[in-house]
Ligand binder design. Structure first.
Ligand SMILES: Cc1cc2nc3c(=O)[nH]c(=O)nc-3n(C[C@H](O)[C@H](O)[C@H](O)COP(=O)(O)OP(=O)(O)OC[C@H]3O[C@@H](n4cnc5c(N)ncnc54)[C@H](O)[C@@H]3O)c2cc1C
Length: 332
């Protein structure tokens, strides 16, 4: 359907689309399930984007068409067991060994890891500078254990990336970037997609609640006729509309190359906040039926607990906005 790398140029197999089209695609995927949107976000924004933006021509030709078609699935390794919100402290590192580098360390909470053929991994060189490496399944010493027992985002496979003296050819290092700017620029693209995506989950909850409220009768009339239920439904559609307008404006700025990471943080945080609240209100409109698997609301609600945490937690995005407006760094 063209949901992998929609903004990547067509010459590399992408869709050549603008950022509002990309956002709407993410919204519609997440109307189905946040896990499906996560798979597309990781593939497009966290794997294809860094290869397109920072890769050599040879890397682009080799990987992008296969990732765009879905022949290969990719994953993005930044988070580590002891470094989540603070990725600059990462321990995964590599050493020069002639034509290749030797990679050691581990990554945790990696979407798509169990099935991915390709991993874009962020690791430090001997000087402590962060680089992106393309690690391929089958390289000796590279394994991807699955994370089990997740109560959220169950339609998206999550795993670890373990590197035990993995020999990575130097031609697999992304030549165009070094430092945390590399992974953070990818996250800006993905967070923009999340800002749109979670609105899809909220819309599905709102639609479900509206339909149910019109059909369910209590005290001799549809519950949609009671003011308390109308308040919930009216506020849901108001918040969805406001968030879409914020996203649309951000999309215009993205298309013009003017959007800042701080603006993207604001949109990601706002969308996650309103989507989480809408799921909760929608669940209440359905009464007891709302907790069952007959309706999608609890599934969306559980999924959003991951989305509000990954790609920068709710707190971290607030701190980014706080730093932006006050000039004061409250991270440390
Ligand atoms: C389902 C799922 C999929 C994921 N997929 C990927 C992936 O594909 N690739 C990848 O690299 N990562 C992925 N992640 C990891 C995700 O990005 C991290 O979980 C997230 O960045 C938070 O890190 P942490 O879990 O270590 O929490 P921590 O950083 O330990 O944070 C714990 C709590 O402390 C708060 N906190 C931290 N620092 C501060 C501070 N300075 N001030 C105030 N509060 C603070 C946080 O807001 C949070 O509430 C995924 C996570 C999940 C759950």
């Amino acid at each position: 359907m063209g949901c992998f790398g929609p903004t990547v140029p067509t010459e590399y197999g992408g869709g050549g689309l603008d950022y509002i089209s990309y956002g709407l695609m993410m919204q519609e995927l997440e109307r189905g399930d946040s896990g499906v949107r996560s798979t597309a976000s990781v593939q497009g924004s966290l794997v294809m984007y860094p290869i397109y933006a920072y890769g050599s021509e040879q890397q682009k030709q080799k990987y992008l068409p296969r990732l765009a078609s879905g022949e290969w699935l990719g994953c993005f390794g930044l988070t580590e067991p002891d470094h989540g919100s603070d990725p600059g402290g990462m321990l995964t590192h590599f050493e020069d060994a002639g034509d290749l580098v030797v990679l050691n360390g581990s990554k945790m909470w990696i979407s798509n890891a169990p099935f991915a053929q390709v991993a874009v991994v962020w690791a430090k060189d001997e000087k402590g500078e962060v680089h992106g490496l393309i690690v391929e399944r089958g390289m000796e010493g590279f394994s991807t254990p699955t994370t089990h027992n997740k109560w959220s985002l169950r339609a998206s496979a999550t795993g670890e990336l373990v590197f035990d003296h993995v020999k990575v050819p130097k031609e697999n290092i992304l030549p165009g970037v070094k430092g945390l700017k590399g992974p953070l620029s990818c996250l800006t693209k993905a967070r923009y997609g999340i800002a749109w995506g979670v609105i899809g989950a909220a819309m599905d909850c709102y639609d479900t609640a509206l339909r149910y409220a019109k059909q369910r009768e209590q005290f001799g009339k549809p519950i949609a006729a009671f003011q308390l239920q109308q308040k919930k439904l009216a506020e849901m559609v108001t918040e969805i509309t406001k968030a879409q307008l914020l996203n649309w404006r951000l999309g215009v700025l993205m298309n013009e190359g003017k959007a800042t990471p701080q603006q993207v943080s604001m949109a990601k945080r706002n969308s996650c906040e309103i989507a989480t609240n809408i799921c909760r209100d929608a669940r209440q409109v359905l009464g007891g039926m709302g907790i069952t698997g007959e309706y999608p609301i609890m599934r969306h609600m559980m999924n959003l607990e991951s989305v509000i945490t990954y790609e920068g937690t709710h707190d971290i995005h607030l701190l980014i906005t706080g730093l932006d407006i006050t000039g004061e760094n409250a991270f440390k």
